[in-house]
Design a binder for this molecule. Structure first.
Ligand SMILES: *Cc1c(COP(=O)(O)O)cnc(C)c1O
Length: 365
């Protein structure tokens, strides 16, 4: 077999993004012959036992890795996280009610925009004035809010709520967009009533969302919900209401298996912390570079930074390119640089990048 691309390239893409090499290998076999069925994973029926087992295992691995209690159901749904921006309020918010939001970036803003189609919204804090480089921590959430929506990790700006217990004190259900840091660190997932994440950042390929929902918050709105948008129907159908994205769910299942094999979330968190420490320590030691996010809010998944002398930007990017480093350029709305260090990114890739940064800084110093 030819050498896989992932061993030659350091992939810092923000999403779709790196997955474990073992997952690519197993998935490629399954495309030719899935579980010795003589069929490709791409051609099996979603109601076959073969796929039923995949879906069941994916759901149960997610439940296990997040230590979810029996009120919380795991679903794999179509549409990307952006669909959840509307599906959440459609299922939870009546027209005369208000949902509270932390405005911490573009994705939060989009979630707010969609919620307005279904009810009222209240922004309890906003980092907009500071270009979302830090997370405002002084705010209040009224008991009358139907729920509080947060974005745990702000992919574009490289900020991440470090202390989620900040949100546990409020009396309202907690909803979180965890697209870019789900299963990267130990948190009490049961504190959340609804969690959603596009898989393509940390747990699988594009094309599927993981949704975790506390059954007890459903069935409380007066509107009619279209069949395919109603979480209750998906729960009842075991996440097989209609044809799911079969291959995407399968690859998520493989990645969850891999994560369990690594020792689960606690073990991966240690590695993620080590990667982030290596990166930020290097960044802070080199005056040529500058971190964008406030130190206390720095994301362990996405690091955003700049070179103050913007004339050197291209040179640094070219250097990265020559060394096989992809995905170093910042989001089109933010500029500068961003490197994503998701679960599957080996520490060696961060080492290679930080060595390159040092070399660059020495030359420019
Ligand atoms: C990428 C991202 C989204 C959008 O995901 P899609 O699957 O493209 O709709 C939403 N929220 C966050 C935090 C993200 O990082």
């Amino acid at each position: 077999m030819s050498e896989t691309k992932s061993s030659l390239v350091h992939n810092f893409n923000a999403g779709p993004s790196i997955l474990p090499k073992e997952v690519f290998e197993e998935a490629s076999h399954a495309i030719l012959n899935f579980n010795n069925s003589g069929l490709s994973i791409l051609e099996i029926g979603h109601r076959t036992l073969l796929f039923q087992q995949v879906m069941d295992e994916a759901r149960s691995l997610a439940t296990e890795l997040m230590h979810l209690d029996s009120d919380h159901e795991v679903l794999f749904l179509h549409g990307g996280a952006s669909t959840q921006f509307m599906q959440v309020p459609m299922n939870l918010l009546n027209e005369n009610e208000s949902a509270a939001f932390t405005d911490t970036g573009v994705w939060a803003t989009k979630a707010i925009k969609e919620a307005k189609l279904f009810g009222h919204t209240e922004i309890v804090c906003s980092g907009k004035e500071n270009n979302y480089t830090f997370l405002p921590k002084k705010f209040n959430v009224p008991d009358s809010a139907k729920y509080l929506h947060i974005t745990t990790n702000n992919t574009i700006y490289g900020t991440q709520w470090q202390d989620l217990s900040l949100f546990y004190q409020f009396k309202v259900p907690l909803v979180a967009d965890m697209s870019s840091d789900i299963l990267s660190r130990e948190i009490d997932f049961n504190k959340f009533d609804l969690i959603y994440a596009g898989a393509q950042k940390n747990i699988g390929p594009a094309g599927v969302n993981i949704v975790v929902v506390n059954k007890n918050i459903l069935g409380k709105v007066s509107r009619s919900i279209p069949t395919i948008m109603d979480y209750r129907n998906h729960i009842e159908a075991g996440s097989l209401l209609n044809t799911p994205p079969v291959f995407a769910v399968y690859v998520c299942m493989l990645t969850l298996r891999w994560l369990k094999g690594q020792g689960g979330v606690a073990a991966i968190e240690k590695i993620n912390n080590a990667k982030a420490k290596l990166f930020y320590d290097t960044l802070d030691s080199l005056p040529v570079f500058k971190g964008k996010a406030a130190k206390e809010d720095r994301s362990r998944m996405n690091a955003a930074f700049i070179i103050e002398n913007t004339e050197l930007e291209k040179e640094f990017l070219d250097l990265c390119k020559n060394e096989g480093m992809v995905g170093v350029k910042g989001h089109r709305s933010a500029g500068g640089f961003r490197v994503s260090m998701y679960n599957a990114l080996p520490v060696e890739s961060v080492k290679a990048l930080t060595d390159l940064m040092k070399e660059f800084a020495n030359k420019k110093g």
